[in-house]
Design a protein around this ligand. Structure first.
Ligand code: PLP
Length: 374
């Protein structure tokens, strides 16, 4: 298997730790290990007493229980496989499930590793199920799905809440997609790493709760703001597929880091509070963003989001969005993510709302617009 460079991660590799004004990130505000330990009495001692040997490949049993508790009655601890971040899950699933001759449908845009890894598996073909620019927000043509299905289609990959558009399937839409998959015997990969960040007051169901051949991908990185733990998971009713992924995990990471598993358990015991904290930061930043975009209607078409910490806005200036983003980071140190890293030439860029520093970083973007005469 030969993988091409991961453009999105290469872009962040260049700027994430050098650009001072980060307006592109998809994870929510993080915290120190001390902040997390302070949530629970006695946990600091527990952390120091943590045994640093190997852990179980399936994941810490108690952690798997906590994860299973996020789901409905069909998901028990034995239906959960922990992962080294969500990224490992994408790699394991596609490599486990797909063989030469298989066809995959991928909601697009999407976190690019899905398409890249699928395309790198010899003999696998991929079709895009494209989200539509509907003016003030992004939308999805559900009828278009059936037309993309072929006899050799094996897997449908959806990402909801979506990276980068913030588009989020309703439960009714998810059920409709599950019905199509059921009728054709397709697996459904639901990348749900931004779940818990619903902003419209309607919490969504996990894919694994709605469809027997769905795989729900979750992670501590995004909604919980704990990307440095590198703990993710798959939940599925299909134990046999999870078991096949475990046998591949023996070749990737073997097991997760014991300190990370310990800290993840604390975070999940305080799941509601941590998710509410992230949603509150996003909501406040969205109000600031609304005022900013109202002042710059000649430069941007603002896109509303249903859930998650990111939006995919449209640039109205007569220049490629990539050139605009390059100029913003080089002249002013303001980091926006150009749509080109998603493989699109369109006039779009990603903005992230999950950080407390958003208002001051947005003010720098505004200074940049003034200085450039945009
Ligand atoms: C939709 C989606 N899936 C998976 C990942 C990978 O997450 P992690 O960094 O936790 O491995 C990301 C990261 O940006 C993402 O946006």
């Amino acid at each position: 298997m030969k993988l091409r460079d991961f453009e999105l991660e290469c872009f962040f590799g260049k700027y994430e730790f050098t650009a001072p004004y980060l307006l592109a990130l998809s994870d929510c505000e993080s915290m120190t290990a001390g902040d997390l330990l302070a949530l629970e009495e006695g946990s600091e001692k527990g952390y120091l007493d943590q045994w640093l040997g190997y852990t179980e490949t399936w994941g810490d049993p108690e952690l798997r229980e906590h994860i299973a508790a996020l789901y409905g009655p069909d998901i028990a601890a034995e239906n959960v496989l922990t992962l080294h971040g969500a990224q490992e899950g994408i790699f394991l699933l596609l490599n486990t499930l797909l063989d030469a001759g298989d066809h995959v449908i991928v909601m697009y845009p999407n976190y690019p590793s899905v398409e890249e890894i699928a395309a790198a598996i010899p003999g696998v073909s991929c079709s895009r199920w494209e989200l539509q620019d509907c003016g003030e927000r992004w939308g999805l043509d559900l009828d278009a799905l059936e037309e993309l299905i072929r006899p050799e289609t094996r897997l449908l990959c959806v990402n909801s809440p979506n990276n980068p558009t913030g588009f989020t399937l309703t439960d009714a839409e998810l059920d409709r997609i599950a019905a199509v998959c059921r009728a054709r015997g397709l697996y459904l990969f639901c990348d749900e790493v931004y779940k818990g960040l619903e902003l419209d007051g309607h919490p969504r169901s996990w894919g694994a709760d709605r469809y027997e051949k769905a795989l729900s991908l979750g992670v501590m990185s995004k909604a919980y703001g704990l990307a440095g733990l590198r703990v993710g998971w798959f939940a599925s009713r299909d134990r046999e597929l999870l078991d096949r992924m475990v046998r591949m995990k023996h070749y990737t990471t073997i097991c997760d880091a014991a300190p990370s598993e310990y800290l993840s358990k604390i975070a999940l015991r305080h799941s509601d509070a941590l998710l509410a904290r992230s949603r509150e930061i996003i909501r406040r930043n969205l109000l600031t963003a609304d005022k900013f975009f109202a002042r710059h209607r000649n430069v941007f078409e603002q896109k509303a989001i249903d859930a998650g910490p990111i939006a995919f806005h449209k640039l109205l200036l007569p220049m490629p969005a990539g050139e605009f983003c390059d100029l913003a980071v080089e002249k002013k140190g303001v980091l926006l993510l150009p749509g080109r890293v998603y493989g699109t030439d369109g006039p779009y860029f990603r903005m992230g709302y999950g950080r407390r520093s958003f208002p001051e970083n947005l003010a720098k973007l505004e200074e940049f617009l003034e200085e450039q005469g945009f």
